[in-house]
Design a protein around this ligand. Structure first.
Ligand SMILES: NC(=O)c1ccc[n+]([C@@H]2O[C@H](COP(=O)([O-])OP(=O)(O)OC[C@H]3O[C@@H](n4cnc5c(N)ncnc54)[C@H](OP(=O)(O)O)[C@@H]3O)[C@@H](O)[C@H]2O)c1
Length: 336
């Protein structure tokens, strides 16, 4: 049986509690759960269905991770679950030193300087499937390929639902500003759409994959060209940026026409090969990546064995249900 210490009860964290509840397994027990303000801890086991979770605001609890760790003490078979978006790694280092396992949906601890984050890679006590492609089995597949002695030559992938949606809409005849407005309306973008358009979220995912396949890269080693140049718009309010996004319509119209004339399509792609490149690319329309539509993610993995036809993994790459399910599968992998 595993004892869960969960940090984060937002979209993914909440859904994870529901899925663990539905699974109703005697092999998984919550001992701590918390958000940025408060934690609920009981090392004899929390009854999340019975109100402990709903009463998260009850007094006498703490959100400070080190106090949570102290209260959990020397309990065996602990799995720390990080479903926050915190830029931290200290709790993870402490968890490992206590012999705990770790499951992450949070990318941030994995993309610090290599010297800091490396302890989380090639470590049997750490799982992070949901950090790339949400619930898609991309990381598990790559690990299996490497463990079997096959060699990963390159990975090409579309790992942003928002940018996938915008590029699909461009080829459906929408202007850039219309495609952006529609992505915002559907709730696909971050509150500030530049956080999607600058390509950095894709870069974090690419760095995780690159490190996973053995490259000791840092963020500054990656070549990242966002869909738009963030620096140009950095000082604008989100509202103002959306208004002037019309100025980019002409530029994107030309790009779309150019690639369509040669039977290609635009995709925002992470390429992990000799170098790691993240940019808007022209892709053969008939390829798997070229046929990808909307918010779905896709990874094309070329290995020594999958050399002529790459191995392709594709499907929804965001959303609380599939993400929480990826986290749950990682937790279950620790159940003895
Ligand atoms: N949503 C998706 O489709 C998806 C897909 C793949 C990966 N992810 C990743 O999954 C993670 C969670 O995403 P989300 O959508 O669930 O985010 P969210 O709704 O913003 O939830 C974040 C949670 O983390 C909590 N938190 C923040 N700082 C904390 C701290 N110091 N200690 C404990 N809890 C803390 C927040 O508490 P407060 O409410 O008190 O601030 C909140 O409960 C992110 O890293 C995201 O990138 C999400």
């Amino acid at each position: 049986m595993v004892n869960i210490v969960q940090f984060g009860v937002g979209n993914v964290g909440n859904e994870l509690v529901n899925q663990v509840g539905e699974l109703n397994s005697a092999e998984i027990r919550y001992v701590s759960i918390g958000n940025s303000k408060i934690s609920k801890i009981d090392i004899r086991g929390l009854d999340l269905g019975g109100g402990d979770f709903q009463n998260l605001a009850a007094p006498g609890t703490t959100a400070d991770w080190s106090k949570v760790f102290d209260k959990v003490g020397d309990l065996d078979n602990v799995v720390m679950v990080d479903v926050t978006a915190q830029d931290w790694i200290e709790p993870h280092l402490e968890a490992l030193s206590r012999g705990w396992k770790i499951v992450l949906a949070n990318k941030k601890p994995l993309v610090k300087e290599w010297s800091v984050s490396k302890v989380l890679f090639n470590n049997n006590d750490v799982r992070f499937e949901a950090t790339v492609g949400a619930g898609l089995p991309i990381i598990q597949t790559l690990k299996g390929i490497i463990e079997s002695g096959d060699e990963v030559k390159e990975i090409n992938g579309a790992f942003s639902g928002t940018l996938g949606y915008i590029t699909t809409e461009l080829h459906e005849g929408k202007s850039f500003s219309e495609a952006l407005a529609s992505a915002i309306k559907k709730g696909y973008t971050e509150p500030n759409p530049l956080d999607d358009l600058d390509g950095m979220d894709v870069a974090r995912k690419a760095l995780i994959l690159s490190r996973l396949i053995g490259r000791e890269e840092n963020m500054e080693d990656l070549k990242v060209n966002g869909l738009v140049n963030r620096r140009k718009y950095e000082n604008l309010e989100t509202r103002e940026f959306i208004k002037i996004s019309k100025d980019l319509d002409g530029e994107f119209k030309v790009k779309v026409k150019d690639v369509e004339d040669s039977n290609k399509v635009l995709k925002f792609v992470a390429h992990i090969g000799k170098k790691t490149l993240i940019n808007l690319s022209s892709i053969e329309a008939k390829s798997s990546l070229g046929q990808l539509k909307g918010v779905n993610n896709l990874a094309e993995i070329t290995t020594s064995h999958y050399s002529d036809d790459p191995l392709v993994i594709s499907g929804p790459g965001a959303g609380k249900e599939v993400t929480a399910n990826g986290v749950l599968r990682d937790i279950l992998s620790f159940v003895q």
